[in-house]
Design a protein around this ligand. Structure first.
Ligand SMILES: [Zn+2]
Length: 85
């Protein structure tokens, strides 16, 4: 497996970021995992066994909806957040 790059950003101020909230307005999310299986027969599978592939998702604490972290959706959420200011 590839090593994950560190995404830690130092010296980031509160003002540097735009808050993202759920469509219901809630700003708190829990991390959760979606699980998929990579078949042992798949050419991208280095092992010869079925592999569990976790995908981290953010779940809204209020309504339980999964936050869509698709690039386009993030852009939209950012615009919505700016409108609220
Ligand atoms: Zn929500």
């Amino acid at each position: 497996m590839k090593k994950r790059m560190s995404t830690e950003i130092v010296n980031l101020e509160k003002e540097d970021v735009d808050k993202i909230s759920c469509t219901c307005g809630c700003e708190l999310f829990d991390t959760s995992f979606k699980l998929a299986v990579l078949s042992s027969l798949h050419p991208k599978n280095p092992e010869k066994e079925d592999m569990i592939v976790p995908e981290q998702v953010f779940v809204c604490r209020k309504c339980g909806e999964i936050l869509d972290t698709d690039k386009d959706n993030i852009k939209k959420l950012k615009l919505d957040a700016m409108k609220k200011k």
